[in-house]
Design a protein around this ligand. Structure first.
Ligand SMILES: Cc1cc2nc3c(=O)[nH]c(=O)nc-3n(C[C@H](O)[C@H](O)[C@H](O)COP(=O)(O)OP(=O)(O)OC[C@H]3O[C@@H](n4cnc5c(N)ncnc54)[C@H](O)[C@@H]3O)c2cc1C
Length: 364
């Protein structure tokens, strides 16, 4: 399934607190690309392979409040292939729903990217937090993510409501601004020019996102695709980021408890009267949400190549260069639950990238 199939179209911003928008969209011609340094793709450069399950919902992610006994329960799950991207913004929406009129300690279920950003926002609002999670980083789906800031693979256009789209745009807006103030080595976030095999520039979800979004002329782009767009976006080294976020929660006085919840009655028995549900795909059984489905993604990680300072997405797969390795992806396999990397799928990923490499050309 192609990344572009999932992108939304509305363009609106919501005045959430945070840093001010600083980037203006630029459409000026970029400098010539020249010869892009090649990723060295071969089986002997593979340092690990991974398969993870994106928590995909065709009707879109769930940010909603309900009562559970005497508690307020706020859901924040189902972000498909865009959970890193949407984390701050979706969690900001959830926090606003839950904290209104609340007093006292708060429970967050889940310690992936959604649970950690929810916990930080609750702390920033002045409330004590306990995170309860079956698994902590590095053993979460969030650790497997490639880490591109782009809202890919998390809904089906025909199934979302206008109200959901408003939430979605608000989530992208806040996340986009929040990640910008975290760029750097501490959190493992950096900007990279990105190329995608598209015939038209992507719709502007926000006046500033995606920035520098333009269609390249055939003579100025090195890829063997009929047409290519370029834009700049951020990339998150997820292992480093989640480790730092977990520390941030602890430094701010948060408590972490490793605990699995089998039933809603277990949750109802917690001492906190406000609970955020950030259990990702775990919500399928815990909250009987059968619209939540796994979308397996398989990745091959190659030895790092610091000279690679661009990324691409296309029919041949995607390539995100990170300090901890070159991420080659990827598959999008709905309803596959097995998290064992499949040798044939990994071989296909490598072969596709080798073929693409052989067809890259230099531009002047
Ligand atoms: C191959 C791949 C590539 C991806 N690439 C990108 C990308 O480039 N950009 C992007 O934005 N997104 C990407 N994603 C998507 C992203 O990884 C997910 O959307 C995101 O990780 C979801 O975060 P989460 O916190 O909701 O879930 P998780 O990370 O799964 O965390 C869930 C937490 O809840 C806990 N939990 C679950 N059930 C229970 C229970 N019953 N009791 C107690 N605790 C429980 C878990 O232990 C865990 O701590 C990718 C995903 C995959 C698989």
């Amino acid at each position: 399934m192609h990344r572009r199939a999932f992108l939304g179209s509305a363009a609106a911003t919501l005045a959430l607190p945070g840093c001010a928008t600083t980037m203006a969209t630029r459409r000026a011609a970029a400098a010539p690309i020249g010869c892009l340094p090649r990723v060295l793709v071969s089986p002997d450069r593979v340092i690990r392979t991974m398969a993870g399950l994106r928590p995909y919902r065709a009707p879109g992610f769930v940010v909603r409040a309900e009562a559970l006994g005497d508690k307020r329960l706020v859901h924040n799950y189902g972000h498909g292939g865009a959970g890193i991207t949407l984390s701050w913004g979706s969690s900001r929406l959830a926090a606003a729903l839950g904290l209104q009129g609340h007093q006292g300690p708060v429970a967050v279920l889940g310690s992936g990217v959604m649970g950690l950003s929810t916990a930080r926002l609750v702390q920033e609002a002045g409330f004590p937090v306990t995170i309860y999670a079956k698994a902590l980083p590095p053993d979460t789906t969030s650790n497997i993510a490639g880490g591109q800031f782009h809202p890919f693979g998390h809904f089906r256009r025909s199934e979302v409501t206008p109200e959901w789209r408003t939430q979605f745009i608000a989530a992208v807006d806040y996340s986009w601004r929040r990640f910008q103030i975290m760029v750097g080595d501490d959190y493992g976030i950096r900007w990279l020019p990105t190329y995608a095999d598209r015939e038209t520039p992507e719709e502007q979800l926000l006046p500033t996102f995606p920035p520098h979004n333009r269609l390249l002329r055939p003579d100025e782009q090195p890829f063997p695709w009929p047409s290519v767009i370029s834009y700049d976006t951020m990339y998150v080294e997820t292992g480093r980021y989640l480790r730092q976020m977990l520390r941030d929660v602890q430094v701010a006085g948060g408590t972490i408890r490793v605990r699995e919840f089998a039933t809603q009655a277990d949750i109802a028995a917690l001492p906190e009267r406000l609970v955020f549900n950030c259990t990702g795909l775990g919500s399928r059984t815990l909250f009987n949400d059968e619209e939540l489905r796994p979308a397996r993604g398989q990745l091959a990680i190659l030895l790092p190549q610091p000279e690679i300072s661009y990324a691409f997405t296309g029919g041949d797969g995607y390539m995100f260069p990170r300090p901890d390795g070159i991420i080659l992806g990827g598959t999008f396999e709905l309803d596959e639950w097995d998290t064992t990397p499949q040798p044939q799928a990994i071989a296909n990923i490598l072969a596709a990238h080798q073929q693409l490499n052989a067809r890259l050309r230099c531009t002047t």
